[in-house]
Design a protein around this ligand. Structure first.
Ligand code: GDP
Ligand code: GDP
Length: 440
């Protein structure tokens, strides 16, 4: 089952980006460990209740001034079409405005599940403030204070449950695939060669079979085998449809990409060797890291490049993505098939890293070694102590370290520790999550 998509709609300044931050913050720890990656302020993944979701801040899609207002409306409305749930935010302190009214009407006309959310209820009486919004015809507003996170979790739980997205439905969708093979998603900007690669991997006919009428449009899991190893391709409808030359080009969808990342265990991020690495590339990689998925970087269209062009892209990868030193780029030609087999070997290796069981004695030995080689710093005259470690989870590998004053451990030391664990355990291609627990 795919992850629900929640779209935030509302006039400028009602608190959409504040709510967006609340809803995606839970996933930010890993991205913060990679200082070169900025977060995407419009699209994010998160989880505050039982079910992970994709969230879109439609306000972030345009500048809210008069000249671009119209454009922004169009962008927001497109995001609405892809959403399962729309949250229309209004401002408790201002009361209903013609802008609220216009948005409510547009959303209603689209027949989307919409919830009226009244923000900034801190310090106001929600019943008094709420009465004003009944005229929108969307029922009683749901009160929150996004800035403090108040009411947010209850809202999301209620909304998801109401739309039939619960823990059970998510589990049902995922269990079948776990036993069949490594779930792999292929992501990247438009035109980098994703569908060419998909066809290389599973064959044109296979793709078409799965695209035939009668098969569910959302059944985006295509099993395939290579050298005795089973994979399940988490295809985005966009990738699939492109393989039919006579069909119109599907618009690249970040939402479908995020859902595919969430459903995968390993993500093949495709870059185009004939183009510069862009912000959008960096954002997509950021989403993969944020989700804690294994990452394989495929630099495509390597065929026919002059040696100095190859040198250029190598340098650019170093400068822009050098901090991803755990995910070495693989150079491929999806068109000719060069390097594609090795790419899948890399997927298997990364998956093994992401899902491996890490023995406690080894984790403790490595911790001891790391802290002896390089002691944690003093805080207010007392040395931070890291005492013992154990595994807290897999995919991504999560290492729990217990000690004293661990909340004061600097980010640089955390990175040192993560890198040390990575090297000693040979955990390649996967982010590592470090959880610190304190005994004092
Ligand atoms: P957006 O334009 O809809 O994305 O709105 P922002 O998230 O940027 O918020 C606009 C302003 O409202 C900021 O100054 C926020 O700090 C403030 N704000 C957001 N949520 C709340 C809230 O729950 N209570 C109060 N008092 N202020 C809030
Ligand atoms: P998508 O939008 O990411 O699915 O990209 P496509 O697979 O549709 O490819 C976009 C264009 O790049 C097409 O014209 C492909 O033929 C071309 N292309 C894809 N892979 C390669 C490659 O390895 N080498 C070269 N030279 N062209 C490629």
């Amino acid at each position: 089952m795919k992850n629900p998509v929640i779209a935030l709609v509302g006039r400028p300044n009602v608190g959409k980006s504040t709510l967006f931050n609340q809803l995606t913050r839970t996933r930010d720890a890993l991205v913060a460990d990679f200082p070169g990656l900025t977060r995407d302020r419009q699209y994010g993944m998160g989880r505050v209740g039982p079910v992970p979701y994709v969230v879109v801040d439609t306000g972030g899609l345009g500048e809210p001034d008069d000249a671009t207002w119209h454009h922004m409306q169009r962008q927001a409305m497109r995001a609405l079409d892809e959403a399962d749930i729309v949250l229309l935010l209004v401002d408790a302190r201002i009361g209903v405005t013609p802008g609220d009214d216009a948005l409510a009407r547009e959303i209603r006309e689209r027949g989307k599940a919409v919830w009226l959310v009244m923000n900034k209820t801190d310090g106001v009486d929600p019943d008094v403030a709420g009465a004003d919004f009944h005229s929108l015809g969307l029922g009683k507003p749901w009160p929150i204070a996004a800035v403090h996170g108040r009411g947010v979790r209850q809202l999301i739980e209620a909304v998801l449950a109401d739309q039939g997205f619960d823990e059970e439905s998510q589990a049902q969708g995922n269990e079948a695939i776990d036993t069949r093979g490594i779930p792999v998603a292929i992501v990247g900007r438009p035109n980098v060669g994703k569908s060419t690669l998909v066809n290389r991997l599973i064959g044109e006919e296979r793709v078409l079979v799965y695209d035939m009428p009668g098969t569910t449009r959302d059944a985006i899991k295509v099993p395939f085998e290579r050298d005795g190893q089973a994979f399940v391709l988490i295809d985005t409808a966009g990738v699939r449809r492109r393989s039919r030359v006579h069909e119109t080009v599907e618009k690249f969808s970040i939402i479908k990409t995020l859902q595919a990342i969430e459903a995968a265990r390993v993500v093949i991020m495709v870059l185009d060797a004939q183009q510069q690495i862009s912000d959008q590339d960096a954002h997509l990689i950021g989403h993969v890291m944020q989700a804690g998925r294994g990452l394989v970087l495929a630099v495509n269209k390597w065929d026919g490049l002059e040696p100095n062009a190859r040198e250029r892209i190598r340098r650019e990868l170093d400068v822009k993505l050098g901090f991803l030193d755990f995910a070495r780029p693989r150079f491929i030609s999806a068109l000719h098939g060069t390097g594609v087999g090795r790419l899948l070997e890399e997927v298997v290796r990364v998956d093994e890293s992401a899902c491996r069981e890490l023995p406690t004695p080894e984790l403790n030995r490595i911790l001891k070694e790391a802290t002896e080689a390089h002691q944690p710093p003093l805080v207010r005259g007392r040395r931070i102590k890291l005492r013992y470690a154990h595994q807290g989870g897999r995919n991504p590998p999560t290492i729990v370290v217990h000690g004293n004053q661990t909340s004061s451990l600097p980010a640089s030391y955390k990175r040192y520790l993560i890198n040390h664990y990575r090297k000693m355990l040979r955990l390649w291609g996967t982010p590592i999550r470090l959880e610190l627990r304190t005994g004092d």
